[in-house]
Design a protein around this ligand. Structure first.
Ligand SMILES: Cc1cc2nc3c(=O)[nH]c(=O)nc-3n(C[C@H](O)[C@H](O)[C@H](O)COP(=O)(O)O)c2cc1C
Ligand SMILES: Nc1ncnc2c1ncn2[C@@H]1O[C@H](COP(=O)(O)OP(=O)(O)OP(=O)(O)O)[C@@H](O)[C@H]1O
Length: 280
């Protein structure tokens, strides 16, 4: 995880900012950041809903320092007061970059027109960015993930969707009856829908091809689990924090009549994941 370095940057040096929620740090967000100058910064307004790139993970996806503002603490400000706050916080601010739908101030009464009127520097507004005719927004990406459409989600993100989890103890059944897995406890991150995915897993900064099951273990104890099996290598994981990148959904979760049937299916899944990942 890349540490937030905004505390190391003197706000007096900031000359341009991009403003928004920035959950996902997706392809459209990155287009906004391209409009910043070398003394740029990102102002991330926290509404409490971020689950694609929770706050503590966002800095990983930009070279610009990120400053966080809690929406509840600033939403009472009139538009003029918000701009005054920006001018006070960033005395050398010359440029503000936002998207076409940016609104601010009490009741979201002010949008890009008012921003231009109230701010005495340059305001750059980007038109809605689409990829293959799909508007790029955090809420749109969340829906693709919930539908298991990883390919489209990744296209809009401009990178593979990645989650962080904590290694926890499993049922102890995997290595004995199926294949060994790393069981994960996931907090804050949105999980794609139940099923089996071709993934890559990062342990101690090394990336391994892997296959990941998410869902209720309807064939065994019925409880919800996130489990990753590293392909082609025997790995004894000593890491507590594990990262999983999603590439493609291979199939839905299913209930099998016997452990044997599930094992046969898992071996087929592994073949499919290997084929997919080796051809990337
Ligand atoms: C590739 C893969 C696919 C899986 N598919 C299913 C499934 O379709 N249905 C299910 O109930 N469990 C599925 N599982 C979960 C197994 O039930 C689970 O690995 C087993 O219960 C062992 O759990 P443990 O690691 O906690 O011991 C799958 C696991 C893997 C690794
Ligand atoms: N597709 C897009 N095209 C241009 N600008 C965008 C686009 N998506 C977001 N922005 C801009 O990026 C900044 C961050 O916006 P925000 O965090 O609301 O993104 P979002 O992806 O639209 O989120 P949500 O789906 O939650 O509304 C804002 O200035 C917003 O106007």
């Amino acid at each position: 995880m890349k540490k937030n370095f905004s505390t190391l940057v003197n706000k007096n040096t900031i000359t341009s900012i991009a403003i928004g929620g920035f959950d996902g740090m997706h392809a459209a967000h990155q287009k906004l950041f391209e409009k910043l100058d070398e003394n740029g910064a990102i102002l991330s307004i926290e509404s409490g809903y971020a689950n694609l790139t929770p706050k503590s993970h966002r800095q990983e996806y930009s070279k610009y320092p990120i400053y966080y503002y809690v929406l509840d603490n600033i939403k009472h400000l009139e538009g003029r007061e918000f701009i005054k706050l920006l001018k006070e916080e960033y005395p050398n601010l010359k440029k503000i970059v936002v998207g076409f739908d940016f609104c601010f101030g009490k009741g979201r009464k002010n949008c890009v027109k008012e921003l231009d009127e109230l701010f005495d520097g340059e305001v750059e507004v980007l038109d809605e960015i689409k990829l293959d005719d799909i508007a790029v927004h955090s809420r749109v990406i969340r829906q693709y993930l919930k539908d298991g459409d990883i390919k489209t989600a990744n296209k809009l993100l401009g990178k593979e969707y990645k989650i962080y989890g904590k290694h926890i103890k499993g049922q102890g059944l995997g290595a004995k009856s199926f294949v060994p897995t790393i069981n994960l406890f996931i907090e804050e991150f949105l999980l794609p829908n139940e099923g089996v995915y071709a993934t890559k897993t990062i342990l101690n900064e090394k990336e391994y091809n892997s296959i990941t099951f998410l869902g209720h273990r309807v064939t065994t104890d019925g409880s919800y689990a996130v489990e990753t099996h590293i392909l082609d290598e025997e790995v004894k994981n000593e890491e507590f924090i594990v990262q999983v990148k999603f590439f493609e959904k291979l199939r839905d979760n299913a209930k099998f009549d016997s452990f044997d049937d599930l094992k046969k299916q898992i071996l087929l899944d592994i073949k499919k994941a290997n084929l997919y990942l080796q051809n990337l």
